[in-house]
Design a protein around this ligand. Structure first.
Ligand code: SF4
Length: 189
């Protein structure tokens, strides 16, 4: 499947820098991180989450680079695998073709006993039930409803610093729980 993904050109006409799918997964990844889409830095390096957001995400979940970039332990499967370009001064949404085309096959390959992080609104609106909450705060705040299999989180961009200040329960309640569950699955891989 990896070679099929690498050769994918489904949304080439919409991608300003062309297709360059960036993912990581294996049949033993027990931590699944479903994010948004690569930015320009990740598009250039081809390494997922190798940016400031990735540093913050690793701090949130308590993994170092060595563990995070081990596909035997961690799957990195964004809603869109290729850099989608800009829209209204910010990164454009993930290409809508991507998750329907690839996610089911990848998720079927992973162990069923795993933890899934839904990082940001795009992943949450795709994977959480409709009544999970209208806003990001509502959905993340409801994490106990989905734990320990699923954890909604904000996207760990610079904007999340202010978001965390306004929502201190994220650091005191959600992150310790999330770190413990991630550690359990990483140690089992
Ligand atoms: S974003 Fe996904 S569906 Fe679109 S070209 Fe890249 S890999 Fe293919």
């Amino acid at each position: 499947m990896r070679s099929e993904i690498a050769a994918c050109t489904t949304c080439a006409p919409h991608l300003p820098l062309g297709p360059r799918p960036v993912t990581q997964f294996s049949a033993t990844s027990r931590v699944l991180i479903i994010g948004q889409a690569p930015g320009t830095k990740v598009h250039a390096s081809g390494i997922p989450w190798q940016d400031d957001s990735g540093n913050r995400l690793r701090e949130w979940i308590g993994l170092d680079d060595h563990e995070f970039y081990d596909p035997a332990k961690v799957a990195l499967v964004p809603m869109g695998f290729c850099y989608p370009g800009k829209a209204a001064g910010s990164d454009a949404p993930p290409r809508p073709e991507c998750a329907p085309q690839w996610h089911r096959r990848i998720l079927d390959l992973l162990p069923s006993d795993r933890v899934t992080l839904l990082v940001g609104s795009f992943a949450q609106l795709h994977y959480l039930p409709k009544d999970a909450g209208r806003t990001l705060v509502e959905r993340v705040r409801a994490f106990e409803r989905f734990a320990p299999a699923l954890f909604p989180t904000p996207h760990p961009s610079w904007r999340s610093v202010g978001w965390q200040t306004r929502n201190p329960w994220f650091e005191t309640d959600l992150l310790p729980r999330l770190r413990a569950v991630v550690r359990l699955h990483v140690n089992r891989a």
